[in-house]
Design a protein around this ligand. Structure first.
Ligand code: ADP
Length: 290
């Protein structure tokens, strides 16, 4: 079987071209950034660059590390942007959920507000937005026409941002999903058993061997042994010889995630104007059987 290494930058650029805004009026993204962690700053910069590429306006609001909860919430409530996001993680004195929920749910470009998650993940409603990293993974599967119906998917990680929503979206597509986490016994067996392995744990070399021909999506991000180098969860050099399709880190899921954020922003804006929005074709009613 043909072995493929996914190029996230290439597909992200192709999709960004289709999102480019050509009209006089255009959407505006507002980003709240708390503190000055280099990682958060670099994520925000990537989002700003993507906004530039699709010709939408963006504004960053910087807050000090010790900004008060009420002060931040008041600011968010006064923002008049079409899409609003708060760069995560937040310092521990802030209540992440209360802050996310202060964003009006129709402006929640990261798609983390309980209203949006409930519509999508619990009721299976087709929405103008999807959580960005799960959407990126689905988009990669769609790009390669991977049919997940009845397939065994092992999802490593159950986080609010990735593992939990993605495992539910894959179930809505009629995959058989096994969710693994910190306390899972015999993780390697669950990995070897899977047709599709998706890892979002943030542990280098957690995935060392997969079934011959498996599809491997690496959502992990950690510091590599060399300073400044980021690595995924998958032992890429070994697993690339076993997998039929594999995503590298960096340059795999990451660029696609930013791209999905832009799609959410454009969709939110189009919906507001009564224009048709892009809905992922494989999240159609036919798949939502229960
Ligand atoms: P992210 O938001 O990027 O998914 P988190 O650090 O919030 O990252 O979540 C990490 C997830 O990975 C958790 O759900 C945790 O249970 C899971 N995890 C961490 N270590 C392991 C491990 N050794 N084996 C399996 N799952 C793990």
């Amino acid at each position: 079987k043909l072995k493929m290494i996914f190029n996230g930058n290439q597909l992200a650029n192709t999709i960004l071209k289709t999102l480019r805004i050509t009209s006089e009026i255009k959407p505006k993204l507002g980003i709240c950034l708390v503190g000055d962690s280099p990682a958060s700053k670099s994520y925000v910069n990537r989002k700003l660059k993507a906004c530039q590429e699709i010709n939408v306006d963006a504004e960053v609001f910087n807050f000090s590390e010790n900004v008060g909860q009420e002060q931040l919430i008041k600011h968010i409530q006064q923002m008049n942007h079409d899409g609003i996001l708060v760069q995560l993680p937040l310092p521990s004195h802030l209540n992440k959920l209360d802050i996310i929920h202060s964003i009006p749910y129709e402006k929640d470009v990261d798609c983390l507000h309980m209203h949006n998650l409930q519509r999508i993940l619990v009721y299976g409603e087709l929405c103008e937005m999807l959580p960005c990293t799960p959407a990126a993974v689905l988009q990669i599967l769609d790009y390669y026409d991977v049919n997940v119906i009845g397939k065994k998917v092992t999802m490593i990680g159950r986080s609010f941002l990735v593992g939990l929503p993605l495992s539910l979206l894959l179930q809505k597509r009629n995959a058989t999903v096994t969710v693994c986490h910190r306390e899972t016994l015999n993780l390697d067996q669950h990995i070897m058993n899977a047709d599709i392995v998706i890892s979002a744990a943030g542990h280098p070399k957690l995935v060392r061997n997969v079934k011959q021909g498996a599809i491997v999506i690496d959502v992990g991000i950690s510091q590599g042994e060399k300073k400044g180098k980021i690595v995924g969860d998958v032992d890429f050099d070994v697993v690339k010889n076993q997998a039929s399709l594999i995503t590298p880190v960096p340059g795999g899921v990451g660029p696609m995630t930013v791209c999905m954020l832009m799609r959410n922003l454009c969709n939110i804006w189009k919906k507001k104007q009564g224009q048709p929005v892009y809905i992922n074709p494989k999240l159609s009613d036919a798949y939502l059987n229960d």
